[in-house]
Design a protein around this ligand. Structure first.
Ligand SMILES: [Zn+2]
Length: 304
């Protein structure tokens, strides 16, 4: 279609009227009326359609607005004193414990037992043998959670095992570590009144056996002091049978003085025993990472 054709097409109605007869004119008028009616109907339909779409959009907007309003109301405190609830996602699960002890066996040695109560305060019925077992029982699940296989030298209050048999037991089990738990006394006799001066924690090792028992003692001593805030009596060397005769890296922790009144009052509580346990386990894990991992394992083995 050319430009001119388009022009004539637009003005067809006007240009034709002068040349048509009356019949044609009536038909033309009728056609125009029909066309007009048809156009009008289409216009009405179009307007209706626009109104309908507009109504739908308005309804949706109103609904969205209502929801938004509801959400806002849910988040707003009803009164000035109401605190919004913490989102559920903030309740993070406990972190998984690092499996540093995987594949390692540790012998846990609660000192004394049965006919050998250790040191104690008779008037208060507080005895070393009971407390070493209580502390060991708090250590065991922490070690197990970190992947260690834990073996006790004794598990019952009435159980008695001499010190030579404890070391031999650890050797027989081919343990990778040996940790003995004890409580201290201020040179007083068993069952003394208990108001001595000495207090604090010390850890013993036997250095001639290997090169790393001292590192185990240092790691445990540092961690247990950090955990308990007790007086730091440092690490010391001696020839105690359990740490001397056991073939693996070993240490003996004196967890505090039962003859010291304040320290004793702490030592008999579950909370303080838990702090001791956590500190000792932290030290064991630190030592393990440094000396008993696959990379460092040969160091400990060759040092023995
Ligand atoms: Zn003892």
């Amino acid at each position: 279609m050319t430009y001119n054709d388009k022009e004539s097409y637009i003005w067809t109605g006007v240009t034709m009227t002068g040349r048509r007869n009356s019949r044609n004119r009536r038909q033309e008028i009728l056609r125009r009326k029909k066309l007009g009616a048809c156009t009008g109907a289409l216009a009405v339909l179009f307007v209706c359609l626009v109104i309908a779409i507009s109504s739908t959009l308005n309804a949706e907007q109103a609904e969205a607005g209502e929801n938004g309003k509801n959400q806002t109301n849910e988040n707003l405190p009803v009164s000035g004193t109401v605190t919004p609830e913490e989102p559920a996602e903030k309740e993070t699960p406990a972190e998984p414990v690092e499996q540093v002890g995987q594949g390692l066996t540790i012998v846990l040695d609660p000192g004394h037992g049965a006919k050998d109560p250790g040191c104690g305060i008779e008037a208060e019925n507080v005895w070393e043998a009971d407390l070493t077992l209580a502390i060991a029982r708090k250590i065991e699940p922490l070690l197990t959670a970190a992947g260690y296989t834990v073996i006790y030298t004794r598990q019952e209050e009435e159980e008695y095992i001499n010190i030579w048999d404890r070391a031999a037991f650890a050797n027989e089990k081919k343990a990778d570590l040996f940790v003995s738990i004890h409580l201290n006394s201020d040179g007083t006799e068993e069952g003394a009144v208990g108001d001595g001066i000495a207090e604090g924690i010390e850890t013993w090792y036997y250095g001639k056996k290997d090169k790393v028992s001292v590192k185990l003692a240092e790691a445990v001593q540092e961690a247990v002091i950090a955990s308990t805030q007790a007086k730091n009596l440092k690490t010391k060397e001696d020839t105690y049978i359990v740490i001397k005769d056991s073939a693996m890296p070993a240490c003996l922790v004196e967890c505090g003085f039962l003859t010291h009144k304040e320290e004793r009052s702490r030592l008999i509580t579950d909370e303080y025993q838990q702090k001791l346990a956590e500190g000792i386990v932290t030290g064991i894990k630190e030592f393990t990472k440094e000396y008993l991992t696959k990379d460092a394992g040969s160091d400990a083995a060759s040092a023995q």
